[in-house]
Design a protein around this ligand. Structure first.
Ligand SMILES: [Zn+2]
Length: 189
């Protein structure tokens, strides 16, 4: 994927010495002629939780804040400094829904562009299939305005406002066999 514009285009001053002599250096860095700093726009890691029960119902949340306020989303968010990705999955799920992650499995990643307060943040969104005890116990908190539980087969990808999440939902709707929990065989008498 080619960058549309320099990721630090809106940064006019060096963040270390405040010199105005701060100019693009390659596709994703800025260089300060005064103090010599080369500052890179690194991609931020973010996580998204895919939670589906045995009836094929998916847990989603309505976004309480911009960007894409009011659209559907998966529970998740940015990975904190010095935190594992798995810790971020469990923390974000708890913060937004009050649910405890019992188990998780990595599914896939998608690049995303996240407009934040006029600054473009490039993210690597990491999708995890997460098991919980009972998704009906989810309560909307923090960045979530509402919990929405619906059959994956009845979801529309376009109701999800962030592009990587929308792509992931479209993929999951098409590949439900990959993610639906394996039904337990009845016990032999
Ligand atoms: Zn400088």
């Amino acid at each position: 994927m080619k960058l549309k514009e320099h990721p630090l285009a809106s940064f006019a001053y060096c963040p270390r010495c405040a010199a105005h002599d701060f100019t693009p250096s390659g596709e994703r860095a800025m260089h300060c002629e005064q103090c010599g700093l080369t500052y890179y726009a690194n991609v931020a890691s973010a996580v998204a939780c895919v939670i589906i029960d045995e009836q094929g119902r998916l847990l989603s949340v309505r976004r309480a804040h911009e960007p894409a306020q009011g659209t559907l989303d998966l529970p998740g968010g940015f990975v904190d400094p010095l935190e594992t990705v798995e810790e971020a999955v469990a923390r974000e799920l708890m913060e937004e829904t009050g649910l405890e992650a019992r188990a998780m499995r990595y599914l896939m990643s998608l690049p995303n562009v996240y407009p934040y307060s006029g600054v473009t943040v490039y993210t690597s969104d990491l999708f995890f299939l997460v098991e919980v005890d009972d998704l009906d116990k989810a309560v909307a908190r923090d960045d979530a305005a509402e919990v929405v539980i619906s059959l994956l087969s009845q979801l529309r990808a376009e109701d999800f406002g962030l592009s990587s999440i929308r792509q992931a939902i479209a993929y999951l709707i098409e590949h439900q066999d990959l993610i639906l929990p394996t039904r337990r065989a009845p016990l032999e008498p």
